[in-house]
Design a protein around this ligand. Structure first.
Ligand SMILES: *Cc1c(COP(=O)(O)O)cnc(C)c1O
Length: 481
């Protein structure tokens, strides 16, 4: 039926999918300078053509609405639609960033309360909701670390410590901020090697970036000692809070000794992510660092919400206006609808689900670190290495079973890393189904390895030649012909 065609290919001259209402106003022509010389070249199609086109395009994609998404290190969970509806309410969606503050007291109240709820959840004193994303928050945090040292006339601290298992954005943000990143080795369980840490600490260290539980989903048991050592050396501790699921209502980075952190509202707090945003990466700091936070920080003064803009040390604005307010509204609605009583259940179920999968598959997949994990864990590929079936093959084969592939070949600690984070929103039935599929694939790898090595078969495109795709990307439809 030609559903693979572009919408431009089904265009028929003169076909329309709209009618404009009769105008009561007389026509007025624009000056010639504002008129185009030729038509914009838009497809001319009916409403039904448009509906079919976008519906068919959506079938080609994979999303959380379509199937299970066990993507480690990235918290891809279901986000309740009601929070989106709330953010879309006209009172929120139609306010203007230049409106006088006395006409937007409602949204300022939401900002103030969201800042304070994130403080309570994380144990850090003050938040700014200004940054747009996790990596953006990291950059802000590092700028604060820099500003802090410089405010004390300490200009020697040019290095940031980043463990080798860290998310790639950590060393990247350090570089963008003008720091040199210094790698510390992880122990085999992904925890920071305290001995290695001691060997790099000195008066050139500005701080350390950590996530806890770490990338292998293991809780950093030496965190208090690490915090003490870094502080004694004059450095600050940055917490990468992109995925806060595993610790919600259980432990707080502020209590572990962290000075600065960001939180990805678009991972933990009810905004979908992937596909380019919008996101939000609020940054929280200790009381001592609060003056450096980017604006606007909202405050309640005598029953009126206002922007706390009298802070001379502030980094200023880091994004437009208030940041992505729709994302903040969704987080606010999500936190309040769960309430203090139920937030800890998010942590409990995400940890339970991860451990259940890990224990149910470790006879067939190689588990490098035994013991209770938090929200995620890593296999080092299939246990039976004689089949030649790799982690890449397993990930591709999962697509045939309508499961999104997990994160693979990260962290770099193992050769065949396959990282699974099931999250708390999946039912036991879905998780059992996933376990059954993983077991089937392990059996296929044994019986018919070629079947797995050539997967996927049921997707729109088959296995890509990744080297060719990177070297000679075809980015225009016309180039396919
Ligand atoms: C996703 C993620 C980031 C980056 O967040 P973005 O919003 O994509 O910039 C940083 N650290 C960790 C651990 C993450 O999972």
């Amino acid at each position: 039926m030609g559903y693979d065609k572009l919408i431009f290919d089904i265009s028929q001259e003169g076909r329309k999918g709209y009618t404009l209402p009769h105008s009561e106003f007389s026509r007025k022509s624009l000056d010639d300078v504002y008129l185009r010389d030729d038509c914009p070249g838009l497809p001319e199609v009916s409403e039904l053509d448009v509906v079919r086109h976008f519906t068919n395009v959506s079938f080609k994609n994979f999303g959380i609405e379509k199937g299970f998404y066990p993507l480690g290190s990235c918290t891809m969970k279901y986000n309740p639609k009601i929070n989106q509806d709330i953010a879309n309410m006209p009172g929120f969606s139609q306010i203007h960033p230049y409106q006088p503050l006395d006409t937007v007291q409602g949204i300022l109240k939401i900002y103030d309360e969201t800042q304070r709820m994130l403080s309570e959840i994380s144990g850090l004193h003050t938040y700014s909701l200004n940054p747009y994303a996790g990596a953006h928050g990291e950059l802000v945090g590092l700028m604060i670390i820099k500003a802090y040292h410089e405010s004390r006339n300490d200009f020697n601290r040019t290095k940031i410590i980043v463990p080798d298992a860290a998310h790639g954005t950590n060393p990247a943000s350090a570089t963008v901020c003008g720091f040199q990143s210094v790698e510390v080795k992880s122990n085999r369980d992904g925890s920071v090697s305290v001995e290695d840490l001691k060997s790099v600490l000195g008066d050139d260290i500005a701080g350390i970036m950590l996530t806890n539980p770490n990338t292998l989903g293991m809780f950093e048991k030496d965190i208090l000692e690490i915090a003490k050592l870094v502080h004694e050396a004059g450095g600050l501790l940055y917490y990468d809070g992109a995925n806060l699921n595993p610790i919600l209502g259980k432990v707080r980075p502020g209590d572990m000794g962290f000075d600065i952190m960001h939180i990805n509202l678009h991972k933990t707090f009810s905004t979908p992510h992937g596909g380019g945003g919008p996101g939000s990466g609020p940054v929280g700091v200790t009381k001592a660092l609060a003056p450096f936070l980017p604006q606007p920080v909202i405050r309640k003064v005598n029953d009126t919400y206002t922007i706390d803009d009298h802070v001379i040390d502030s980094l200023g604005q880091i994004s437009h206006f208030y940041g992505n307010i729709g994302v903040a509204i969704k987080a606010y609605a999500y936190i309040l609808s769960n309430g203090k009583e139920h937030l800890p259940e998010i942590a409990a179920f995400s940890v339970l689900n991860a451990n259940y999968i890990k224990e149910s598959l470790k006879d067939l997949y190689l588990l490098p670190v035994e013991g209770v994990c938090k929200h995620e864990f890593v296999f080092d590929g299939l246990k039976d290495k004689s089949t030649g079936v790799t982690t890449l093959d397993v990930a591709k084969r999962l697509l045939d079973y309508d499961v999104h592939p997990p994160t693979i070949y990260f962290p770099l600690l193992y050769k065949e890393s396959l990282m699974i984070e099931p999250v708390e929103t999946e039912s036991k039935q879905t998780i059992d189904q996933f376990i059954a599929i993983m077991r089937t694939i392990a059996q296929e790898a044994k019986d018919t390895p070629e079947l797995v090595k050539n997967a996927p078969y049921n997707t729109v495109v088959k296995r890509l030649d990744e080297a060719l795709a990177a070297r000679k990307p075809i980015v225009k439809y016309k180039d396919l012909e």
